[in-house]
Structures are given as C-alpha cells and as structure tokens.
Design a protein around this ligand. Structure first.
Ligand code: NAP
Length: 291
C-alpha cells in the first residue's frame, strides 16, 4: 500500500532505522542528513535523498526530526530565509530535548503557520529496527488521534502523556534513571571487584533483591570486559540528557546534586575520549583500571 510522503531530518543511529521502518510500512520517505554519506544505504533501500533541508521541507506535509538537540532543529528547520516554507506543515519531533525547548519549538512552529507535536522514545537501535519503541507523546487529543497510525510504525506502546512538553519531561525522567542507575551499578561493581568478592555471587544476590534493575545485567558484560564498542546510545548523548535534566531541575527547584556528581563523571568520560563509546564507559571513570 502506498502511503503519504514523510520527510525525515537526521539519519543518525536512530533516524536511519526509522527510515527503513517507514519504507517497509509503505511510506514514501525523503531524507536529509548534514553528512550526506549516511544517506547512501537508505537510498539503496528506496528512500529519496534531499539535497537541502528546504527541498525536504517542500517534499512532505509531515516533517520528522531525529536531530541531536534543539539547537540542531532550530538551525535546520527555522532559519529566517525559509520561514515561509513551514506554513501548513506538521513537525513531529522525536529526539530527546528539554520540555521548555520543546514548548519553544512549538511556539516557533505556530508562528511559522505550522503544527508541532513531540514523540520522544524509550528504546534504542534494536527496538527502532523491530518497531518496539515506547513512545511518549506530547500533543493535543486530535493530533494524538491523527498521528497514532504513523507512530504505530515505530512501536505499539504509544502513550499520550499530555500537551507538548509533557512527553519530553517523561523522556528526561527516564534518562535521568539511565544515568543514575548506571553510575550507581558501576560503583557497587567496582567495590565488589576491588575487594575480590565474586561477581557472580554479588549478581545472584542482587537479582533476588528489590534493588535489582534489568539494566544492570544489560551492562554487566561490557563493564567486566571494558568493551564499550558498537554503542546504541553513546556517552555524549548521556551527557546531553543529564544536562537537560539538570536545567529542568533548576527550573523547578529540585535538588539534583546527586545527578550533578553523575554529570561530572560523564564529563570526565568525554574528556577521556569516550564520547562515542557506549555510555557504560563511565565505568572506566568510576572504577578505573589500576595503572
Ligand atoms: P546520532 O547518531 O548522533 O545522530 C544525530 C543526528 O543529528 C545526525 O543525523 C547528525 O548529523 C544530526 N545533527 C547533529 N547536529 C546537527 C546540526 N547542527 N545540523 C544538522 N544536523 C545535525 O544520534 P542518535 O542516537 O540518532 O540520536 C538522535 C536523538 O535521538 C538524540 O536526541 C538522542 O538523545 C535521541 N535518542 C537516541 C537514542 C539512542 O539509543 N541512540 C534513543 C532514544 C533517543 P551528522 O550525521 O551530520 O552528524
């Protein structure tokens, strides 16, 4: 079945599998990416290459953004010289950005005669490929109803959190847990290893306790082998999201000093050149190898 045309901005780790899902579901997909070489494999699979953001905007009514952050979205979609192109379009923002940034983008979209909704996701490349992402939608009721068929290409669990900003807030709340749980697990594992306690014994007791989280087992082997290659979610994104949460915490008067400590650890990991590694690489900062 041939469906409508979708324009997608950002063929990165998450954007690329999303393009494939859309193609498989019968959508015509026009893709723009700042680094054009990332488009090659997608064009081979049937996507249409846009040579510029303007060409992509002109090609479709629905514009999906999978760009790193709010600044990139501003630069790509809202430069003054092509303000008029957005009139009548709908921007579906799916990256992880702050709630206030998302509300600001909605205001900008409306000022340009466009519609805006957000659908950040929980899950990573494997879930993006298999259509098992969990979607947190910030939109009006009519928008939610209208866009559910499109969003169902990406995941079955599509939750309408409320208006724009609330989906972004839910997503940041989850990613704060990624940062905190990973740092906390690495610290406990570090003591276990340095004291010579058997890791399997520690894990067995942990799995039986109320303190266990499945993410611990997902990251255990990487931490034990110190293998942070082929990341689904790189350390640089964890720093971005931690800083976004800290901004939101500051805005709302939340005491986030524990997270500030985690942010410092993640920053050191980036300074050590681990920005493109899997985020569990913060283990090398928390529990360094003895020189
Ligand atoms: P990624 O692989 O780094 O892709 C980022 C994309 O943004 C690339 O297409 C990049 O273009 C583009 N970009 C960045 N700055 C730009 C700018 N100033 N102008 C134009 N394009 C720019 O990241 P990703 O993992 O796909 O993540 C994208 C978003 O999804 C992030 O907000 C991330 O936090 C969120 N997210 C990621 C995951 C995950 O597991 N990876 C899961 C959920 C949510 P180039 O190719 O030219 O660099």
């Amino acid at each position: 079945m041939k469906r409508e045309t979708i324009a997608l901005f950002g063929a990165g780790l998450m954007g690329a599998p999303i393009v494939e899902r859309l193609l498989d579901a019968g959508y015509k997909v026009v893709v723009w990416n700042r680094s054009p070489e990332k488009l090659e494999p997608l064009v081979e699979k049937g996507a249409l290459r846009a040579e510029s953001p303007a060409q992509a905007v002109r090609s479709a009514e629905v514009l999906i953004t999978w760009l790193t952050d709010q600044r990139a979205i501003q630069e790509v979609l809202f430069p003054a010289e092509r303000a008029s192109l957005l009139a009548g379009k709908t921007i579906l923002q799916m990256a992880t950005i702050g709630p206030s940034h998302s509300r600001g983008l909605e205001d900008a979209a409306i000022a340009h005669g466009a519609e805006y909704l957000e659908a950040p996701v929980l899950g990573s490349i494997p879930e993006a490929k298999s259509g098992k992402l969990l979607l947190m939608v910030g939109a009006t009721e009519p928008q939610f109803a209208r866009f559910t068929p499109l969003l169902s290409v990406f995941g079955e669990n599509i939750v309408h959190v409320g208006e724009v900003g609330k989906g972004a807030a839910m997503k940041l709340a989850f990613n704060q847990l990624i940062a905190g749980l990973t740092a906390s697990f690495s610290l406990s594992l570090g003591l276990i290893q340095k004291e010579g306690v058997r890791v399997e014994q520690f894990m067995d007791m942990l799995r039986d306790s109320a303190l266990y989280a499945p993410t611990f087992d997902k990251k255990l082997v990487r931490m034990l082998e110190r293998d942070y290659s082929n990341p689904n979610f790189p350390t640089r994104h964890l720093l971005k999201d931690t800083e976004l949460f800290l901004d939101a915490a500051d805005e709302h008067g939340l005491t986030a000093s524990a997270l500030e400590g985690v942010r410092d650890v993640v920053s050191i990991a980036l300074a050590k050149g681990l920005g493109d590694a899997d985020y569990s690489a913060i283990n090398d900062v928390i529990s360094p190898v003895k020189e």
